[in-house]
Design a protein around this ligand. Structure first.
Ligand code: CMC
Length: 464
């Protein structure tokens, strides 16, 4: 028995695999499954029970603890979901130890190098890469929904010009449900399909308008003769008084950034979307919740924070001082763009972006070379430092994406907005998968209550 700080601890003394347990499938057929034998000890009492062991197509097996409470009277405790799978999913697979990321089985490096963003969307939504005719139909479906209801554009006027564009995104995307009533019934598959397409198609328009509003320029309407990424660049950077030609180098690099950010299994914002959706909330409200979560600096807000940090560091000579601060537990400063909950090896997305970053800066002849040099040097020093090595803290996707986006002309406040545009398809695919899962239940974690025990109300006059 483990006893710390006067509390009693229950622990799993043994987990072993034994085969041959018979059970029934949903369709009533008998199948053989492995099970985990758990040995529980609390004080002097010992008990053991067997729980089903679930096997995915890749990755570690999972102990199915759904019956643990009803069978033992105990909950599990896992803040931050360090050891908990919240759902079954067929969309994205990550092997954090080997730095692997697969969308529907396809390695992210192959999709980023050879694929385009809309076919990646199709793949995430429907499970297969599209054939030519399917790709064309999908593109037609998306471009029919790129415009916003004109009334929705007036919403922007209610915000201050200096509002953070992510604040505007949360508000405007949340407001979509007030405009598109005909696609809010989550029990109707056709309405779910239209809502999914609307979200993917309208998000670039909403994001570009958030940017235009902040700099006082007129909104640019979408152009459906352009590709998804090219249209986004056009809506963001074109002005009515002159022609805007999309730079193909920029478009290719941005497509890569979008593909790399399109999904990332059960991360914080995706889990937020799933948990919001589990109550039956409409898809627009769920995606607005995901955007709000993404904004945090420990998640999607890190790309903006990386640029701010590099700006603060300024010169290579000052790097050691910042490394020292990052290691000091009394200093809240962390190296932004380093570390990941799942990747304990190099983030495969960062590897692709490192290359892309060099290409973009080279071909655009942008004078951001000192910033890239600073980033490379910071990476080198951190990767050799014992503190970072011991903790497996490698650069993550945000480390390089900010430098690329800045070279393209996006202000740092737009970085997380671009992340949201790209991640929308992942959120939508995961939301659909959740709704279609027959085992889906409202997300409702339990807690360990450590507050006051029951006590009686005391009148104001008797309070000390
Ligand atoms: N700089 C310095 N120390 C760090 C850092 C960092 N960036 N990241 C983690 N650590 C230390 C942390 O202090 C802890 O040390 P110790 O064991 O001595 O207490 C240890 O490493 C483990 O960290 P953790 O906070 O327990 O790890 P986590 O899995 O809960 O957090 C993280 C992951 C991404 C929130 C964290 O690494 C971090 O804050 N990184 C900086 C922000 C960032 O770049 N976020 C983008 C994430 S990738 C994009 C996305 O998918 O959203």
């Amino acid at each position: 028995m483990d006893s710390r700080g006067g509390r009693r601890y229950l622990y799993l003394a043994d987990v072993s695999d034994f085969g041959g347990k018979k059970c029934m499938t949903e369709s009533g057929q008998e199948k053989t499954e492995n099970a985990a034998a758990l040995h529980l000890e609390v004080d002097d009492a010992a008990d053991s029970l067997s729980l089903p062991l679930m096997h995915g197509s890749l990755g570690p097996s999972v102990i199915d603890i759904r019956e643990l409470y009803s069978r033992t009277g105990h909950f599990t405790y896992d803040p931050g979901f360090m050891s908990t799978a919240s759902c079954e999913s067929t969309i994205t697979y990550i092997d954090g130890n080997d730095g692997v990321l697969l969308y529907r089985g396809y390695p992210i490096e192959q999709l980023a190098d050879r694929g385009d963003f809309l076919e990646t969307c199709f793949l995430l939504l429907y499970g297969e890469l599209p054939k030519l005719s399917e790709a064309d139909r999908f593109r037609q479906a998306v471009i029919r929904h790129t415009m916003l209801h004109e009334q929705l554009s007036y919403f922007y006027r209610g915000f201050r010009r200096d509002a953070h564009p992510m604040a505007i995104m949360v508000g405007v995307v949340g407001a979509l449900s007030a405009f598109y009533h005909d696609s809010t019934d989550i029990n109707d598959p056709e309405q779910r399909r239209i809502a999914s397409i609307r979200l993917i198609a309208k998000m670039p328009t909403i994001a570009a308008q958030a940017y235009k509003f902040s700099i006082g320029q007129p909104f640019t309407y979408p152009r459906n003769d352009l590709g998804f990424v090219e249209n986004f660049l056009h809506m963001t950077f074109a002005v009515p008084c002159e022609d805007y030609l999309v730079n193909p180098v920029l478009a290719r690099a941005l497509a890569r950034v979008f593909i790399l950010h399109a999904d990332h299994e059960q991360n914080a914002s995706t889990s937020t979307v799933r948990i919001a959706g589990s109550s039956g909330a409409n898809p627009f409200a769920c995606i607005a919740a995901g955007i709000a979560c993404l904004w945090g600096p420990a998640h999607g807000g890190a790309n903006e924070a990386v640029l701010n940090m590099l700006g603060e560091i300024r010169t290579v000579e000052r790097i050691p001082g910042f490394i020292k601060r990052a290691k000091d537990k009394d200093d809240p400063f962390r190296l932004m763009g380093f570390g990941h909950r799942v990747y304990k090896n190099y983030d495969p997305r960062a590897a692709v972006l490192r290359r892309t970053c060099r290409d973009v800066l080279e071909q655009l002849d942008v004078n951001d070379e000192p910033l890239l040099k600073l980033a490379v040097e910071l990476e080198r020093i951190a990767l050799e430092d014992e503190y970072f090595v011991e903790r497996n803290l490698y650069p993550n996707v945000d480390f390089y994406s900010g430098i690329i986006l800045r070279a393209m002309g996006f202000p740092s406040s737009m970085f997380t907005v671009l992340f949201a545009v790209a991640r929308t398809v992942g959120w939508v695919a995961q939301w659909n998968e959740m709704i279609e899962d027959p085992l889906q239940k409202i997300g409702r974690p339990r807690q360990i209550y450590t507050g006051e025990s029951k006590r009686d109300y005391v009148g104001m006059e008797h309070r000390n």
